[in-house]
Design a protein around this ligand. Structure first.
Ligand code: DX5
Ligand code: ZN
Length: 229
C-alpha cells in the first residue's frame, strides 16, 4: 500500500502528571498527531479532559491535535476546542442533533472535521455528508476506556469505508482520512492498514512501551515496520 501511515498516540494512556513532557516525547519519537480523548460521563461512562488541557499542551508540540469528542451535546464545545488549538475535531454523529451543521461549524472554525462510528453504528451516517468530511474515524472498541481488545469485525467495516472514500475521490471529491481507534498493536496493525486505514490511534501500545524495548521511539518504529510488512 503506497499510503503514508499516520500514528496518533492517545494521551489517555499517558502520565497526566507529566503531560507536557509526554507529548513532547511522542513528537520526538515520530508521532504524527496527538490523539486527545474527551469523555463527559454522559455519552460515555468516563470523565477525562477538556479545552483547558488542550490549550495547556498546545505550545509543547508542533504536530496536530486530534480531538475525539465523546460528549453529548456536541456543538457548544467545538468553539472552545478550536480556540484551544485543536487541528482535527471528530464527534459521534448520534450525539449531535444536526450532523451537517456540526461538521460545518468545525470547518468554519478552521479545523478538519470528522465523524466517529462505534462498532455497532452503521455506515449510513456517512451517506449525505461525504463532502463535509475530512476524516472518518472507526472505533474498533466501544468508546470509554483505553486498553481494550480490538473488535475484529472492524476490518470488514474499514474495507467498506475505504471503498466509499476511493469512489468519492474518483468522482472528484476531496481527500478523506480513514482513522481507526482502539486496541491497535504491533500484532494487528498490518491487517488494519491492509483493510484501508491510513491513520492509527494507539494509546496503551505506545504509552505502555517498556524502556528496555526503546520506549516510545521503539514502539513507533515497530508499529510502522509491522504495518509495512
Ligand atoms: C477509547 C479512546 C481511545 C483509546 C485507545 O474510547 O477513544 O482513543 O484511548 O486506547 P488503546 O490504544 O489502548 O485501545
Ligand atoms: Zn479516541
Amino acid at each position: 500500500m503506497s499510503m503514508t501511515l499516520r500514528i496518533a498516540p492517545s494521551i489517555l494512556s499517558a502520565d497526566f502528571a507529566r503531560l507536557g513532557e509526554e507529548v513532547r516525547a511522542i513528537e520526538a519519537a515520530g508521532a504524527d498527531l496527538v490523539h486527545f480523548d474527551v469523555m463527559d460521563n454522559h455519552y460515555v461512562p468516563n470523565l477525562t479532559i477538556g479545552p483547558l488541557v488542550c490549550e495547556a499542551i498546545r505550545p509543547h508540540v508542533k504536530i496536530g491535535i486530534d480531538v475525539h469528542l465523546m460528549v453529548e451535546p456536541v456543538d457548544s464545545l467545538i468553539p472552545l476546542f478550536a480556540k484551544a488549538g485543536a487541528n482535527i475535531i471528530t464527534f459521534h454523529p448520534e450525539a449531535s442533533r444536526h450532523v451537517d451543521r456540526t461538521l460545518s461549524l468545525i470547518r468554519e472554525l478552521g479545523c478538519k472535521a470528522g465523524v466517529v462510528l462505534n462498532p455497532a453504528t452503521p455506515l449510513d451516517w456517512l451517506d449525505h455528508v461525504m463532502d463535509k468530511l475530512d476524516i472518518i474515524l472507526l472505533m474498533s472498541v466501544n468508546p470509554g476506556f483505553g486498553g481494550q481488545k480490538f473488535i475484529p469485525s472492524t476490518l470488514g467495516k474499514l474495507r467498506a469505508v475505504r471503498q466509499r472514500i476511493d469512489a468519492h475521490q474518483a468522482a472528484g471529491g476531496q481527500p478523506i482520512w480513514l482513522e481507526v481507534d482502539g486496541g491497535v498493536k504491533t500484532d494487528n496493525i498490518q491487517q488494519i492498514v491492509r483493510a484501508g486505514a491510513d491513520t492509527c490511534v494507539a494509546g496503551s501500545a505506545v504509552f505502555g512501551a517498556p524502556d528496555a524495548d526503546g520506549g516510545y521511539r521503539g514502539v513507533m518504529q515497530s508499529l510502522r515496520q509491522a504495518a509495512n510488512q
